[in-house]
Design a protein around this ligand. Structure first.
Ligand code: CTP
Ligand code: CA
Length: 223
C-alpha cells in the first residue's frame, strides 16, 4: 500500500473519531481519569484528513493539537458530554472510529464543595457511564464502525467478544505488553480483527499505525 498526500482516497467521506481520556468530576477540583494521551486519535484524524475526508474529531482532555485543514475538533470533558457530542453527528458519517479511553464509571454525585479530609475512610459511589461505541453499533445505518480494545488478559478472545457485542465492523487490539506500546508512548503494536480475519502488525509510530488502519478500512470498504 502506498499513499502519497495527493491520493485523496477518502474524498467525499465523513469520518468521526473519538479520542483521549474522559474526566469524571468528583468535586470542583478533582476527577477520575486515565493515562490516555489522545495521540492515536489525533494521528487517525490527521491521516483521514490527508486522504481527503471531512473529519469530526471529538476529544476528551488531551494536550494534542492539530492545525490540519478539514478537521473539525470538538473538546469535551466527561463521557456523558462525549456521548452527546458524538450523536449530534453520528447519523451522517461514513466511518466512525472510537479510539477514546472512556471512563467506565462516574461518581454518582459531584460534591458541590471541595471534599475535606475529615474521616479516615472515604467512599465514592460510582455509576456506569453510557457505552458510546455500543450505542453507535445499535444505531448503525451505513457507518463502517471501528472500535479499539485494550486488554491485559485473554486479549484476542475479549477483543472478538467486543466486536460481536458492539456490532462493529472491525476492532483494533492494542497491546500493552510489548515495550513501547500503548497509552503514553508514541508507538503502538496492533492486531486487527474483523468477523472473519485476523491481521498482526509490527510495532510502529502512531502515525504509521494510523496509515495501516486506514489502508485496512479502505480495503474492507471495497469488499
Ligand atoms: N467505549 C465507548 N464508551 C464507553 C466505553 C468504551 O465508546 N463507555 C469504546 C472505546 O472507545 C473502545 C471500545 O469501546 O473503542 C472498547 O473499550 P474498552 O474499555 O476496551 O471496553 P469496555 O466495553 O469498556 O469493557 P471493559 O473495559 O470492561 O473491558
Ligand atoms: Ca472500559
Amino acid at each position: 500500500f502506498f499513499h502519497s498526500d495527493q491520493n485523496k482516497s477518502l474524498e467525499g467521506k465523513t469520518v468521526l473519531i473519538t479520542a483521549g481520556p474522559t474526566y469524571e468530576a468528583i468535586d470542583p477540583v478533582r476527577f477520575i481519569g486515565n493515562h490516555s494521551s489522545g495521540k492515536m486519535g489525533f494521528s487517525l484524524a490527521e491521516e483521514a484528513a490527508k486522504r481527503g475526508a471531512k473529519v469530526i474529531l471529538i476529544s476528551g482532555p488531551s494536550a494534542e493539537k492539530t492545525t490540519i485543514h478539514n478537521i473539525e475538533t470538538h473538546r469535551v470533558t466527561s463521557a456523558k458530554e462525549m456521548f452527546e457530542k458524538v450523536f449530534q453527528f453520528y447519523e451522517n458519517v461514513d466511518i466512525a472510529i472510537a479510539s477514546a479511553a472512556v471512563a467506565d464509571y462516574a461518581p454518582k454525585e459531584v460534591a458541590k464543595e471541595k471534599i475535606k479530609k475529615n474521616d479516615d475512610n472515604l467512599t465514592i459511589e460510582l455509576i456506569k457511564n453510557p457505552d458510546i461505541l455500543k450505542t453507535m453499533g445499535e444505531r448503525k445505518n451505513r457507518q463502517f464502525l471501528v472500535g479499539f480494545a485494550l486488554e491485559t488478559q485473554n486479549e484476542e478472545e475479549n477483543a472478538k467478544g467486543k466486536l460481536e457485542k458492539k456490532n462493529l465492523d472491525m476492532i483494533v487490539l492494542n497491546s500493552l505488553r510489548d515495550e513501547g506500546a500503548g497509552f503514553k508512548n508514541d508507538t503502538n503494536k496492533i492486531k486487527i480483527f474483523t468477523k472473519t480475519e485476523k491481521t498482526e502488525f509490527d510495532l510502529k509510530s502512531k502515525d504509521e499505525v494510523a496509515k495501516d488502519i486506514f489502508d485496512f478500512i479502505e480495503n474492507q470498504l471495497l469488499k
